[in-house]
Design a protein around this ligand. Structure first.
Ligand SMILES: Cc1cc2nc3c(=O)[nH]c(=O)nc-3n(C[C@H](O)[C@H](O)[C@H](O)COP(=O)(O)OP(=O)(O)OC[C@H]3O[C@@H](n4cnc5c(N)ncnc54)[C@H](O)[C@@H]3O)c2cc1C
Length: 321
């Protein structure tokens, strides 16, 4: 969820405010107002754990206490500055040390965007930086998943994944059902022990590489679900879609998968009741928890996704409390 990451054009029909919010995301004046308004804090905190490692640990503890698992994302992407990439690595290493010290590493892993650790500068630098995060995760006793970004980075990200898996076979991949190539990628990555997150995909992608119609993206999601469940890997189904969740559940049943041999994933603050419901049924449910000072773009994308979120945001901004 990053570069060019407004959800696809068809979404604008569903939510006319989406383009307005996304335009606001690029506006520095609005950014300053939102970032400094005292009321923003509550709105931000609905979707973002906070700015510091301590905030991330606190939210993780609360979610774990509620029976959920967690993957933490230190916000930032598209770095073209090696110094910033280094800061990101250090933030992850500090976080992993703290998760371990707090006894939370068993239930909490991290999600890393390769563009935040130097992929746009040099694939080798991103690989080395990601390897340092993997080494810290290994020490902490947890895992790392490489987020998938826009399609120009897919091959590079899968190459880095393959390299890292040579040392740490538990490194997780992300595949996006909106890409034409993904069903085949699912087949390739469905081997024993392979952790694969399946999501619809969050970037604006051209018709040459991606399905443009919501229905086609959903149908592809179901085909990819089958491909992953038919294999011996560990699929992680990342979706809030109330139609897809029961389909995934039914397909898992069909493939003889027991809870624990796959998991559901949702974003922090989105359908929290559904997260608890699935968990109460015995499923592993992992919540994707973003934190860090660069929360603004992420927040704007979450608000743009849904009219109800937009209304919540506008109400909060205009309320006196
Ligand atoms: C854990 C996790 C990790 C992800 N990692 C990546 C990644 O690495 N790369 C990438 O490209 N994308 C990633 N995504 C984003 C993903 O690709 C989608 O953009 C996002 O999840 C929305 O798709 P959806 O499957 O929820 O369905 P959508 O088609 O967006 O929504 C379907 C339905 O879900 C519900 N819903 C969706 N969004 C909301 C909301 N904001 N509030 C309330 N209800 C909502 C509504 O009922 C909606 O009608 C990730 C998503 C999750 C959950």
């Amino acid at each position: 969820m990053g570069r060019g990451a407004h959800l696809r054009g068809m979404g604008a029909l569903v939510n006319p405010l989406r383009s307005l919010i996304l335009a606001a995301a690029g506006n520095d004046v609005i950014r300053r107002v939102v970032a400094t308004a005292p009321v923003s804090r509550d709105v931000v905190r609905r979707f973002v754990a906070g700015e510091t490692t301590a905030d991330a640990i606190e939210v993780t503890r609360r979610l774990v206490d509620a029976g959920l698992s967690v993957t933490l994302d230190y916000l930032g992407e598209d770095t073209t500055d090696a110094g910033l990439a280094e800061q990101t690595v250090q933030a992850y290493v500090e976080l992993l040390d703290e998760l371990s010290a707090a006894g939370l590493a068993v239930r909490a892993e991290v999600s890393v965007k390769l563009t935040a650790v130097g992929q746009l500068l040099d694939e080798g630098l991103a690989r080395e930086n990601a390897a340092r995060i993997c080494a810290a995760a290994d020490r902490a006793g947890t895992t790392v998943t490489l987020d998938m970004e826009d399609h120009t980075t897919t091959d590079s990200t899968l190459r880095v994944l393959a390299d890292l898996r040579g040392t740490w076979p538990w490194v997780g991949a992300v595949l996006q059902s909106y890409l034409h190539r993904t069903e085949e990628d699912c087949g390739r990555l469905a081997g024993a022990g392979s952790r694969v997150r399946l999501c619809k995909g969050a970037y604006a992608e051209p018709a040459e590489v991606a399905f443009q119609d919501r229905q086609d993206v959903d149908l592809s999601y179901v085909r990819c679900t089958n491909a992953l469940l038919a294999g011996d890997g560990y699929p992680m189904f990342a979706t809030h879609d109330p139609r897809l969740v029961p389909i995934v559940d039914a397909r898992a049943d069909y493939h003889g998968r027991k809870p624990g041999s796959f998991e559901f994933q949702m974003l922090y603050g989105i359908r929290p009741d559904e997260q608890l419901r699935l968990s109460a049924l015995g499923h592993t449910v992992r919540v994707y928890v973003p934190y860090g000072v660069q929360w603004y773009g992420y927040l704007m994308r979450r608000l743009a996704e849904r009219p109800a979120n937009t209304a919540f945001f506008l109400r909060a901004l205009t309320s006196r409390k």
